[in-house]
Ligand binder design. Structure first.
Ligand code: NAP
Length: 286
């Protein structure tokens, strides 16, 4: 990588941030497209508002935002993409003349990942396990892609209800028709439909790969596709989905596409498929 007086800077703000795989994605694309741009992590321990103001004054072209700042960053923006505003979380800032515009490329990345696997959500029944930030992005993605019914299951059911309330406002405003149902996670047996498209959005499986939030094989018998947002391929959820004979996908493509979409927004270009495949290999190889 060549750094000179013309090098432009992009990066990620979060805390913690040292574990991030994002520099690999973006620096690989810059190298392959011969774009003089470098991506660096910024661990912010103080005030996010000051950090965003400082980034703008320093001429930083774009930023990813990760835990714990995805919601708090919104008040520092000059503009926000309507769907990111609905979700209530921003993970990508794009420089404009007035300040940064916020996007949610987690949602867009999951959408591109799902479509790239040939999964069509239109008219289907989807189930979300979890109701944290990732589940919120998945929920809006499902509704936007016209699922007929969406179950949101969580240990803390009030968090599922909060997402459902925001989704219902979106459904009404867009003239959509999804029915949203919330349940405590241990009541998964009350789901009577089969051919389910299930998104595993809890943290279970990230560190403890032998654990799944639902272990009952009868549940997995009703699954058509299982998508684990965790980007490992050896989680117990993935194992249980595959054992039932259904197709399972991990979160690596979501991670990859949220990054690629951010890069496309920052540079106003479309990353060619050959480079997308290269990014995938870079991520798969560690
Ligand atoms: P979060 O906001 O902290 O939410 C965590 C979720 O996990 C909540 O629903 C929580 O339930 C549930 N949970 C945690 N421990 C549990 C337990 N012992 N039993 C039952 N449920 C439990 O986290 P997040 O940001 O949504 O991230 C969730 C996962 O998605 C993480 O593993 C993350 O790596 C992954 N992710 C992947 C991508 C990608 O690009 N592939 C992007 C974002 C996130 P309660 O509400 O009851 O606490």
């Amino acid at each position: 990588m060549k750094i000179d007086g013309n090098t432009r800077v992009i990066g990620i703000i979060g805390n913690p941030v040292r574990h991030t795989k994002s520099p690999r994605i973006h620096n690989y694309i810059s190298e392959k497209l011969d774009i003089n741009m470098v991506y660096v992590p910024f661990e912010v321990t103080g005030d996010i508002k000051t950090a965003v103001k400082g980034a703008f004054e320093l001429g930083i072209v774009g930023m990813n935002i990760t835990v714990p700042y995805k919601t708090d960053v919104i008040e520092s923006l000059s503009d926000i993409d309507p769907i990111a505003e609905r979700i209530g979380a921003v993970n990508t800032l794009v420089r404009t003349k007035e300040g940064y515009k916020g996007y949610n490329t987690d949602m867009l990345g999951l959408e591109r990942a799902v479509l790239s696997e040939g999964i069509n959500l239109n008219g289907e029944t989807a189930v979300l396990l979890g109701a944290g930030g990732a589940a919120r992005a998945a929920a809006f993605m499902c509704v936007r892609n016209k699922v007929k019914k969406l179950y949101i299951l969580n240990r803390t059911v009030s968090k599922a209800e909060d997402i459902a309330a925001d989704l219902n406002k979106y459904i009404v405003s867009e003239g959509l028709f999804t029915k949203v149902i919330t349940l405590p996670i241990d009541e998964y047996n009350s789901i009577k439909e089969d051919e389910l498209i299930v998104f595993q959005c809890t943290k279970i499986g990230l560190a403890d790969t032998d654990k799944a939030v639902i272990n009952d094989t009868a549940f997995y018998d009703k699954v058509k596709y299982g998508v684990d947002l965790i980007y490992r391929d050896d989680t117990e959820f993935i194992n249980l989905v595959r054992k039932s004979g259904a197709k399972a996908y991990n979160g690596l493509k979501m991670l990859m596409y949220q990054g690629i979409i951010a890069y496309e927004l920052w540079n106003e270009l479309s990353v060619p498929e050959k480079i997308v495949q290269g990014v995938k290999e870079v991520l798969e190889n560690g």
